[in-house]
Design a protein around this ligand. Structure first.
Ligand SMILES: Cc1ncc(C[n+]2csc(CCOP(=O)(O)OP(=O)(O)O)c2C)c(N)n1
Ligand SMILES: [Mg+2]
Length: 580
């Protein structure tokens, strides 16, 4: 903090530094590049501090205005997900916190580190700088503002004074960045940040995020024995490549020992689409067949109500928190649980297995999996072919067209409507799926955040009509224009909440709702022309109803995004066929 004070002094601002100004400088000093914000009366000291920083040249995080909190947090999520840096978000007191809870839950379940902050209504009614001066300052005050988000975040606190600023900020950032990572929440009362930074505030604290636990050698040896003695081992992965190094590690491991991999609802794609051991995205049949399963970073490795392993099948679960301790109930079998990063665990397992595998059995398995994969991919191709001429468009065809329209540098952010079977990705950090918490409305904002993290790479957001409406489209397109983040939004518009329809059908296949033409809460009639919402913000929009036109439409839209640096939206009129 002394250093920061000196920097302020050097910048000629000797008249006193507010806690707000010191706070912003501290964030920048600790590597926070962006502060996503949705403002209110609590922001006044920060806004003043930004103005001062502009005059003095103090380094501060770039302010990123977002006109809804869900968007602000989703953008921060997308940015952190791709860059692995820790962004900050600031919202307006209790009401802003209420609006960001859903997006915070998405980030928490995906272990994305974000410093979430909110002002607090001024505590004092008169007197102190920053004391109450608006009628909202009474009603917006809560007994426990953080209470509504406490279950979601790893840590929460309220800044009490400038003396503790560095300690509090460093603690917040290091806890957020320690594995398993996640959002933290800090309340910043107005009088506290409006106050002058006290003389002699503590020097910079020396804290670092905690290194992840190393896999326990004894547990790894036991797990290796299970794998070595299995004849039909299987790997189920979902998020291994949150550490991008695990992408190659998993590919090598699976290939070396001929162990097939199924990815169930991956959020960070962990294996190349063309990998010889890639057996797709549906674990049901595979887990029934397996005699040993290595579960890597998968909260829901299979759906027990659909299919479960045989009782004799041994299950190993590994991950940074292999039992998902933040989930109230999760009863998947677990014979060995290994805490640690996926790359480290796989390397430990490989060291134990080398020389201890029956090489003939491995070779047999390799050719059996090659056959299975050939059958599987032939089925996928047939599905695309069957869907290619359908109108309304088949999501399999749409996914295939997106796959062919993108290149190896494109980032795809999928709020669950893209079918991975029909869209190939060959390297890590090219495909990101929506959070297992599935708080809808994440995709468009996350795609903007991804674009912010990788401005030189094309970004496509794929979302349903439902998810798109949840995302606050006007706010999204405004942010894309304001911050010059040209993203292509592909809306798979089936005019309904298809997932709700599928869930009703699954529970009541012969019920009245499925026999009715107009079941409640499913159809989304009279939807607006989505393409015009994007156009209204200065973007490019097209409605696509002819399947044969889609590849050219994607090319046109990507041309606008890449060459004109303008956002684009394709409103693709789809039939049913989702996967959720
Ligand atoms: C915040 C929130 N509210 C409600 C839901 C429940 N929900 C899950 S999927 C879904 C429908 C999504 O519709 P759309 O994006 O059009 O995709 P489709 O199912 O039609 O393929 C809904 C309402 C949710 N996941 N999150
Ligand atoms: Mg829909």
């Amino acid at each position: 903090m002394e250093q920061l004070r000196e920097r302020f002094d050097r910048a000629g601002n000797r008249s006193g530094v507010s806690v707000a100004a010191a706070y912003l400088a501290l964030l920048a000093d600790r590597g926070v590049d962006y502060l996503f914000g949705n403002a209110g009366t609590d922001f006044a000291p920060l806004i003043e501090a930004y103005a001062q920083a502009g005059q003095t040249g103090m380094a501060v995080p770039r302010p990123m205005l977002a006109t809804h909190e869900n968007l602000a947090v989703s953008m921060a999520h997308g940015y952190g997900m791709v860059s692995r840096r820790v962004p900050a978000v600031m919202v307006h007191v209790s009401v802003g916190t209420a609006n960001m809870v859903c997006a915070a839950m998405n980030a928490a379940r995906e272990n994305v580190a974000i410093l979430l902050t909110a002002g607090r209504s001024p505590l004092t009614e008169t007197g102190l700088p920053g004391a109450r001066d608006g009628y909202i300052h009474w009603a917006q005050e809560m007994y426990d503002q953080a209470g509504m988000i406490r279950e979601i975040v790893k840590w929460d606190y309220e800044l009490r004074n400038g003396e503790q600023l560095a300690t509090v900020v460093d603690r917040a950032l290091t806890i957020a960045a320690s594995e398993p990572r996640g959002p933290v929440y800090l309340a910043l009362p107005r009088e506290v940040i409006a106050a002058a930074m006290p003389q002699g505030a503590p020097a910079a604290t020396r804290v670092a995020p905690a290194a992840p636990a190393a896999p326990d050698p004894a547990a790894v040896a036991t797990a290796a024995q299970i794998i070595a003695s299995a004849s039909r081992p299987l790997i189920v992965a979902a998020n291994a490549a949150r550490d991008p190094a695990a992408f190659a590690a998993l590919g090598d491991f699976a290939q070396r020992f001929a162990i097939p991999v199924v990815q169930h609802r991956p959020r960070y794609l962990s294996l190349a689409s063309s990998h010889p051991m890639n057996l797709g995205y549906d674990p049901a049949r595979l887990v029934r067949d397996a005699d040993a399963i290595l579960v890597i970073e998968s909260d829901v490795p299979w759906l027990p109500s659909r299919a479960a392993p045989e009782p004799g099948c041994k299950v190993i679960q590994c991950g940074l928190d292999p039992l998902f301790t933040r989930y109230p109930i999760r009863g998947f079998p677990c014979d060995v649980a290994i805490t640690g990063g996926a790359a480290a665990t796989l390397s430990g397992l490989a060291a134990c297995l080398d020389g201890h595998m029956d090489e003939r059995a491995v070779a047999d398995r390799r050719s059996r999996i090659a056959q299975e994969r050939a059958t599987l991919t032939a089925g996928w191709k047939a599905a695309v072919k069957a869907g290619a001429a359908k109108a309304p468009l088949d999501p399999a065809w749409v996914s295939d067209c997106i796959g062919r329209g993108k290149n190896e540098r494109t980032i795809v952010v999928n709020e669950y409507t893209l079918h991975l079977e029909h869209c190939a990705f060959e390297s890590p950090d090219r495909y990101f799926g929506s959070s297992s918490a599935s708080g809808l409305g994440w995709g468009p904002g996350a795609a903007l955040g991804a674009k912010l993290a990788r401005p030189d790479q094309p970004v496509i957001a794929v979302v349903g009509d439902g998810a798109y409406l949840f995302s606050n489209p006007a706010a999204v397109h405004h942010a894309a224009a304001l911050h010059e983040l040209p993203v292509l939004f592909v809306i798979m518009n089936n005019g309904m909440w298809g997932a709700v329809e599928r869930s009703t059908r699954a529970m009541y296949p012969e019920g009245g709702a499925m026999r009715s033409n107009e079941p409640a809460f499913i159809q989304l009639h009279k939807l607006p022309a989505f393409e015009r919402i994007c156009e209204a913000a200065g973007g490019y929009g097209e409605r696509v109803e002819d399947p044969a036109e889609l590849p050219a439409a994607i090319e046109r839209a990507l041309g606008v995004v890449n060459n004109e640096r303008r956002q684009a939206l394709l409103n693709v009129i789809c039939g049913p066929g989702g996967t959720a």
